[in-house]
Design a protein around this ligand. Structure first.
Ligand code: SAM
Ligand code: SF4
Length: 326
């Protein structure tokens, strides 16, 4: 079992399969982003070996992310390999949904259980502006394909950016009235190069919730008031789905954190918003034994930071979001 020095049992691993992406969301990466060469990324067999190793240390929950995980070659085989690893009981994915129309069913057949799909607005022009060239209908078809393939409950993610989509939270929230989906609103976080967008266009979760309640009335507490992962969950009275609020900046949930991240270049990242990392891929390629690697993981987890330092102005500068795996 992997325990940190604060007694938290870390058993949830987010694996970034690639830093590459087929979109360029304004809040995530620059338009002229340079991606790592494929040789620097974990190869398929290395991903599966690390999965087995983490599973042997009690990790039982995997989320595949990126960059955009669906642009990774052999994604269906990778999912099949991970989902059939002994000890892994949950495999999910965070995706922009662009390729899901084609991939949802093969991924479900390979053992993927759920998806979170990013959709920041229902307005095609605004969607294009936020993603720099994305086509909203592709994502919408991806959502429907995911639901049809049984990747449920479908969860949708929206990062809210002042001046871009703060009014769109109403349309997005309204989706849950007729659909049994969870619409999750995410506070924008600052990363390397903390861009003007990330610093000056932040909307707090309280502002988002107030806006939604002014339209739909007081929200009802859902999920018996318990967090669903990192989200506080509510619903609009009579709605089929839920609303999730992820307030990583204004109300961090660090005390309940059970996760670690494996970056696409094979570094164990202990906190999304702290620079501390432990290189696993270089030792693996240099011939480290499985016991050496397990020790590196356990020591890394032990030293997991308590939480982020955004309130003290500490921003992680060594990577942008897409390189870490959101
Ligand atoms: N490409 C996939 C996607 O967009 O869903 C997976 C990777 S993306 C980095 C994971 C999540 O991080 C997405 O929901 C995205 O909206 C969110 N994200 C990206 N940059 C962010 C930022 N600066 N602050 C908060 N969330 C961010
Ligand atoms: Fe790509 Fe996801 Fe980042 Fe958007 S949020 S640029 S889809 S990795």
């Amino acid at each position: 079992m992997a325990i940190d020095r604060f007694g938290r049992n870390i058993h949830y691993l987010r694996i970034s399969l690639t830093d590459h992406c087929n979109l360029r969301c304004l809040y995530c990466m620059p338009e002229d982003m340079t991606f790592r060469p494929n040789a620097d990324l974990m190869q398929d067999d290395e991903i599966l070996l690390f999965t087995r190793m983490f599973a042997s240390l009690g990790f039982d929950k995997i989320r595949l992310t990126g960059g955009e995980p669906t642009v990774r070659a052999n994604i269906v085989d990778i999912v099949r390999g991970i989902s059939s690893t002994e000890g892994i009981r949950s495999v999910s994915m965070t995706t922009n949904g662009v390729l899901l129309k084609k991939l949802a069913q093969p991924l479900a057949d390979a053992g993927l259980q759920r998806v979170n799909i990013s959709i920041d607005t229902l307005n095609t022009e605004k969607f294009k502006r936020l993603t720099r060239w994305g086509k909203l209908p592709d994502v919408w078809e991806g959502i429907l394909a995911a639901e049809k393939a049984g990747l449920v409950p479908v969860k949708l993610n929206a990062v809210i950016v002042k001046g871009y989509n703060e009014e769109d939270v109403l349309d997005l929230a309204a989706l849950t009235i007729e659909h049994p989906w969870q619409m999750r609103f995410i506070e924008m976080m600052p990363f390397a190069g903390a861009t003007d967008i990330q610093v000056n266009h932040v909307i707090t979760m309280k502002q988002i919730q107030d806006n939604i309640e002014s339209e739909f009335g007081k929200l009802e507490v859902a999920n018996d008031g318990k967090m669903d992962g990192e989200a506080q969950v509510f619903h609009i009275r009579g709605a089929k789905g839920d609303l999730g609020f992820i307030s990583s900046v204004t109300q961090p949930f660090c005390s309940a954190c059970t996760r670690a991240r494996l970056t696409a270049d094979g570094k164990l990242r202990l906190c999304l918003l702290r620079e501390k990392e432990v290189d696993l891929l270089t030792p693996l390629r240099a011939g480290a034994t499985m016991d050496d690697l397990r020790r590196l993981i356990l020591d890394g987890v032990w030293g997991k930071p308590w939480g982020h330092g955004l309130a003290d102005g500490i921003i992680p500068l060594n990577r942008v979001m897409s390189e870490i795996g959101g």
